[in-house]
Design a protein around this ligand. Structure first.
Ligand SMILES: *[C@@H]1O[C@H](CO)[C@@H](O)[C@H](O)[C@H]1NC(C)=O
Ligand SMILES: *[C@@H]1O[C@H](CO)[C@@H](O)[C@H](O)[C@H]1NC(C)=O
Length: 348
């Protein structure tokens, strides 16, 4: 046997393996087409130059569709009323669209399981989980020796000399005490802030950690950030700790390498109110969600879900984590091309 024929045999084997999954696919006739809605926000979903949706959710849905044997359409909602307001008596935004049966499912970076939303829609198994964390400038974490969320929350219970003077009355009172202390540079206090949606979530929280955080937020309404971008910028430029889901803080850290986050985890309450579970929403008792759940469980079990997430997280500041994905992708392209050439060669 000439040496090159054994190489060809190897490629035949590879070609067969890569094509096998196509042959194994069941017939398409009974695939339902599910109508889906989403909201644009990179890297979850974005629109490329041709108007095609891409991103983490699209990759996820593609894999789920393959396993669950369904087709789907995904439209980005033009409705900017996207915040899920737990206190509103009527469903809004994507929740309303699903609730009114205008679409079969919705997926968005702000759709996580809460009691108030489950009045209107059901959630699939979680495809992503997150705890809250506090985003702070690296230098401030070192300067103020912040290691845990307790260090951040306890800043205010230090001796009164370090509290910055707030108003005239206080000033005259303090000047009676000690002039020397006044002259000292007041130690900075890192302000705690968040966005409205998370503030609302925390306001109904019951575990001790979320109560403590909520109290501080409640007492400092000026620290509320109008949106996530503003919160991130405040953390960059001022003594400010921006509280949001760690998956979002990780994305911010990817954009700004000077930022770090402190986890808000309470060891006593692992599934506390600072824990978020993201799911796809569908109509109450939707059978489509059952199909999706099966797909999510399979993707979890075979590690594919983690792999998908790695494509979009830790891309820049944490350096090179993604080179494995790129390598895998290249390998797939090369083997597919080879099997194609080989098929042509055999057919001719
Ligand atoms: C579902 O998608 C497959 C593959 O893209 C396509 O061949 C098929 O016609 C679609 N089925 C329906 C019902 O749209
Ligand atoms: C959230 O916090 C809990 C408790 O510390 C921990 O067990 C869990 O792994 C964390 N989950 C994520 C996604 O970080």
């Amino acid at each position: 046997m000439p040496p090159y024929s054994s190489i060809i045999l190897i490629f035949i084997a590879i070609a067969m393996m890569t094509n096998m999954s196509i042959w194994a696919q069941p017939a398409n006739q009974n695939r339902p087409t599910l109508r889906g809605l989403t909201t644009l926000r990179p890297p979850f979903v974005e629109k490329d130059l041709n108007g095609k949706l891409t991103g983490y959710f699209v990759d996820l849905l593609n894999e789920m569709a393959q396993i669950g044997n369904f087709n789907y359409t995904l439209t980005d909602s033009v409705n900017q009323d996207s915040t899920n307001d737990g206190f509103q008596s009527r469903p809004t935004g994507l929740i309303n669209e699903v609730f009114r049966n205008r679409v079969d499912f919705a997926i968005a970076d702000y759709l996580y399981r809460t009691a108030s939303q489950q009045r209107y829609v059901d959630f699939s198994d979680s495809y992503m989980e997150s705890n809250l964390s506090a985003l702070i400038h690296k230098d401030r974490i070192i300067q103020n020796n912040i290691k845990t969320i307790d260090d951040l929350l306890d800043q205010r219970s230090k001796p009164p000399a370090v509290i910055p003077v707030v108003n005239q009355q206080q000033q005259s009172y303090q000047s009676q005490q000690s002039n020397q202390q006044q002259q000292q540079q007041p130690e900075e206090i890192i302000q705690l802030g968040t966005v409205r949606q998370i503030y609302r979530d925390l306001s109904v929280g019951t575990d001790p950690l979320s109560r403590r955080i909520y109290e501080q937020l409640h007492n400092n309404p000026g620290n509320m950030a109008e949106n996530r971008q503003i919160g991130i910028e405040r953390a960059m430029k001022t003594p400010y700790a921006f509280i949001q889901e760690s998956i979002n803080n990780e994305l911010a850290m990817d954009e700004n390498c000077e930022l770090k986050h402190i986890k808000l985890e309470s060891t006593n309450f692992p599934m506390a109110d600072t824990h978020y579970e993201y799911g796809i929403i569908g109509q109450k008792y939707s059978t489509h969600l059952e199909i999706m759940n099966r797909a999510i469980r399979e993707l979890k079990a075979n590690g594919r879900l983690d792999e998908l997430k790695r494509r979009y997280w830790n891309r820049k500041c944490n350096g090179g984590v993604n080179s494995f994905e790129q390598y895998r992708y290249m390998l797939t392209v090369v083997t597919t091309l080879f099997s194609l050439f080989l098929s042509l060669f055999i057919l001719s």
